[in-house]
Design a protein around this ligand. Structure first.
Ligand code: BG6
Length: 371
């Protein structure tokens, strides 16, 4: 199905901000395209029932680069949590370098915003030769990935002009959730009650994203406070580790800030040594699963006299006295925290770039797509 256009009519000074604001529409496009609202299930336009043949698959490898790799990591965690399947995940270039063998029973899920990135296409050509099944997730209609995949899911995001991937990232994560639901139903691993709960939450996502977008002016004020920072440590656990990785990349790409991401627990195995007043920490701490550990870390960092910026759930007042700055996002299911938590960071990265005099649409040394 061709990707739809997004409807935003407001004018924006840069494509990046426009594309961040298009996210509710992109999510709605995906809902329209891939959800049967009556039956509350994920549907893929699969006339040949290709996806059903995947029952024979005994190995799953996820491939991506940059932001797309991070979306793939969220997908890996979803497969593990909901399907009990441990998928492998590889950066496309490392996959090529390690000459990883696959076969006809391997499903290779390949994610690329552009569908053109050279590493991805080279990896896809290799697995095609090994007769593996390729499921592509891309925004690139008629891209090489589209043409080389056995089955394709489009991000429905419209053109993304700014260098930094924003709307395509959140759409890739949502597509992964829908693929998880589809396989979950096929393999009877997700109960109808759970499926309906997840679908209902997806339907609520555009509204929740709009609530975050309303914080744009506040986030501009936060950006004004922090834009001179040279270094930032970014921490998160489980799905929030995905957000930490993506936040680090988004800040590096658009603001040139040295933002270094760590898995929350891993931070204590070495990196904590660089803890000083100079290096503030951005911590993803939505309530629910893994919140306790994040809160413990925020307390520990306070003892170390480090400044903390925390992303947590609306209504959570427990961190007011221990965090230096709190950014709130609406409550959601854990698997959708990587969608909601990253949006304030996309907005922050945008404003920091502008305050530093960087064109957020075309930061230095980077290409939208490396071909
Ligand atoms: C890089 C871009 O070159 O390619 C990143 O700078 C992007 O922003 C990465 O995430 C992967 O691109 P794609 O199109 O394969 O998702």
């Amino acid at each position: 199905m061709p990707a739809k256009n997004t409807k935003t009519t407001k004018t924006f000074p840069h494509s990046m901000l426009k594309e961040i604001f298009e996210q509710p529409d992109v999510i709605k496009n995906i809902i329209d395209e891939y959800i049967n609202k009556k039956r509350k299930e994920a549907v893929f336009n699969d006339p040949d029932k290709i996806l059903k043949k995947l029952k024979k698959i005994n190995r799953i490898i996820i491939l991506g680069c940059g932001t797309s790799f991070h979306a793939g990591l969220a997908g890996k965690y979803m497969f593990s949590e909901y399907l009990g399947v441990e998928a492998e995940i590889e950066l496309a270039d490392e996959f090529i370098a390690r000459k990883i063998k696959t076969d006809s029973k391997t499903l290779v899920i390949t994610i690329s915003q552009s569908g053109k990135t050279a590493d991805i296409i080279k990896a896809v050509r290799l697995v095609r030769k090994q007769k593996s099944f390729i499921l592509g997730i891309t925004n690139g209609i008629n891209s090489p990935l589209d043409k080389l995949s056995n089955f394709i899911c489009f991000c429905q995001a419209g053109e993304e002009k700014a260098l930094a991937a924003t709307k395509t990232y959140t759409s890739q994560i949502l597509l992964f959730a829908l693929i998880t639901l589809y396989f979950g139903k096929l393999q009877k691993k997700i109960t109808p009650t759970l499926r309906v709960k997840i679908i209902n939450e997806i339907i609520r996502l555009p509204k929740k994203i709009n609530q975050i977008l309303k914080q744009n002016v506040n986030l501009q004020i936060v950006a004004d406070k922090y834009y001179k920072l040279d270094d930032l440590l970014v921490l998160g656990k489980n799905y929030q580790y995905v957000s930490a990785l993506e936040a680090g990349l988004k800040l590096k790409e658009t603001t040139y800030m040295h933002a270094e991401s760590f898995a929350l627990g891993e931070f204590l195995h070495g990196p904590v040594a660089i803890s000083d007043k100079k290096h503030p920490c951005l911590i993803f701490a939505p309530t629910g699963k893994n919140y306790k550990e994040a809160k413990k870390m925020i307390k520990k960092l306070k003892k170390l006299k480090k400044k903390t910026i925390v992303i947590t759930t609306q209504g959570n007042r427990q961190l007011i006295k221990i965090a230096d700055k709190i950014i709130y996002t609406p409550k959601t299911l854990n698997l959708f925290n990587p969608i909601l938590s990253i949006i304030p960071i996309q907005i922050l990265a945008y404003h920091i770039a502008v305050l530093k005099g960087i064109n957020p649409d075309k930061p230095r040394n980077l290409n939208k797509c490396v071909i």
